[in-house]
Design a binder for this molecule. Structure first.
Ligand code: ZN
Length: 496
């Protein structure tokens, strides 16, 4: 190996190690830490963030990249090393734009703001969270300024979640989706009660969640499953994937959370071992990540073949709660469109409208057309226009999500883009595997997992997401297959 490449890989490997340490501190903050630990954790995260930033912006990385330019030009552009050198240069140039002090301030404020959000949500008290949201918005705008001149500050924020994704891309897809989703909800939304009656004991739900994850390919010597207020999945390395979930005794929807977070976990787990300890390890695109959580949760996990396989098992676990509920009634209840307030509990059809609302408000906040104090009113008005029901309080409105407490403006759109892309990828997998639905009906998820691993997960972050999507599905992000999928599903439920 070129000596300069060995030195560069050594430096990048240490940055990855430090990043994974930071990930562990975040995981601990959300899963284990007693609330009173928040202040010292905020300082630890700020210190680590400064160390990572200093290392990531070191002059020596730039020198090594310059030295390696002739070598990079000699490589196959699809090779691991060529991709590594491209991404390393991009990361270095991006990081150099942002002062270390700003990165530390962001990290420290994020941790404190998260705690403030947890309390504000519990107390339904937006006023106590408002100064934190104002602070996070200001910090993220200062961050965006580091990349001036830009076409749109929101593009800078999107780029952190999906390299190369712009406001224009998002708007093109959302403008096509929003009116169609509103029409689908108007045509199909129902207020029927759920056909089941709890309680569904939580230990049993957890056992079933673990069974489903095992069927997907999760192995407990390389994965964990824990509780968290806001479920998430994260990776600390190839043999250490952390999933979290939450449960309520009222229903068994925790199974979908498990499939969702399991999908995220498989993406990280499937990254090629040759990429480990480099910036290409795992998937850095939020849209692609979400395409996989949603493929497993919704496209596979809410399908009739899937429940033909697993519903007898579910009924066996909960005979009094579900014994009298037919497969068809259960399948209908987990798929029907229903107007509701909480994004993470929303069905597939209304879900997109929850995201469109957040995207629109973020646009207005970032462009200074909306002040933070006006956000609850704007939220409530716009929510009722899109979803057709009033918002009873901020807990069920503007305070429901953690994202803004961390300044993650630009993240929400990737959820809906992920849903759109999930259907594009599913269609490719179906074409390649032929009888995948029959396999699912037999509880065999292995071939699907293997296809996704080979064609998508193994790529890690070698290519920008829009290019990866092009490679996997043969075209750009296209909302039409997703709309066709929803229309077909809702049409079948209506006809049943
Ligand atoms: Zn997700």
């Amino acid at each position: 190996m070129e000596p300069a490449l060995a030195e560069l890989k050594g430096r990048l490997g240490e940055i990855v190690d430090l990043g994974r340490t930071q990930t562990l501190l975040h995981w601990d903050l959300e899963v284990c830490m007693p609330p009173a630990g928040a202040d010292s954790r905020a300082l630890q995260l700020a210190t680590l963030s400064s160390v990572i930033h200093e290392r990531s912006t070191d002059d020596r990385i730039g020198e090594l990249l310059d030295e390696l330019e002739p070598y990079a030009a000699s490589l196959d552009p699809d090779s691991d090393d060529a991709c590594l050198l491209r991404v390393a240069r991009r990361d270095w140039e991006k990081a150099r734009r942002v002062p270390t002090a700003l990165m530390a301030e962001l990290a420290e404020t994020q941790a404190r703001s998260y705690e403030a959000w947890v309390r504000a949500r519990e107390d339904d008290d937006f006023a106590s969270f408002r100064p934190w949201l104002e602070r996070m918005l200001e910090l993220r705008l200062r961050y965006a300024e580091c990349f001036a001149p830009y076409d749109d500050p929101y593009d800078v924020l999107l780029d952190d979640y999906d390299e190369g994704l712009t406001t224009e891309h998002v708007r093109a897809v959302f403008d096509a989706l929003a009116p169609e989703l509103v029409a689908l909800v108007a045509e199909h939304a129902s207020d029927e009660d759920d056909p089941w009656r709890g309680p569904f004991p939580i230990p049993l739900q957890e056992r079933l969640a673990r069974e489903l994850l095992e069927a997907m390919g999760v192995r407990w010597d390389e994965f964990r499953l824990d509780l968290a207020v806001h479920p998430f999945a994260t990776s600390l390395g190839p043999g250490d994937i952390r999933l979290t979930s939450r449960y309520t005794e009222d229903d068994v929807l925790s199974l979908f959370t498990a499939l969702h977070e399991g999908g995220h976990g498989l993406v990280e787990w499937g990254s090629s071992p040759t990429l480990d300890r480099t910036p290409l390890a795992g998937c850095r695109s939020s849209t692609l990540h979400e395409s996989q959580s949603r493929l497993w949760e919704n496209v596979v996990g809410r399908s009739l073949p899937f429940w033909r396989w697993f519903y007898p098992r579910l009924q066996e676990a909960f005979p009094t709660q579900l014994g009298g509920v037919s497969l068809e009634a259960f399948h209908r209840a987990i798929n029907r469109a229903r107007r509701s307030h909480i994004r993470v509990d929303a069905d597939e059809t209304t879900y997109g409208l929850h995201v469109v609302l957040r995207f629109e408000l973020e646009q207005e906040l970032v462009h200074g057309r909306l002040a933070v104090r006006e956000v609850p009113d704007a939220w409530n008005t716009r929510f009722e226009e899109l979803l057709g029901i009033p918002v009873p309080d901020d807990r069920h409105g503007v305070l429901q999500d953690a994202h803004w407490s961390g300044g993650s403006f630009g993240y929400f759109p990737t959820y809906l883009l992920g849903s759109v892309v999930s259907v594009q990828i599913w269609e490719r997998a179906k074409a390649a595997l032929g009888d995948v639905e029959e396999q699912i009906e037999r509880g065999e998820l292995g071939e699907l997992h293997a296809w996704l691993r080979e064609n998508l997960y193994a790529l890690g972050s070698k290519f920008p997401p829009l290019e990866t999507i092009e490679r996997v599905v043969g075209g750009p992000i296209d909302p039409q297959p997703y709309l066709a999928y929803l229309r077909e599903k809702l049409g079948a439920l209506a006809a049943a």
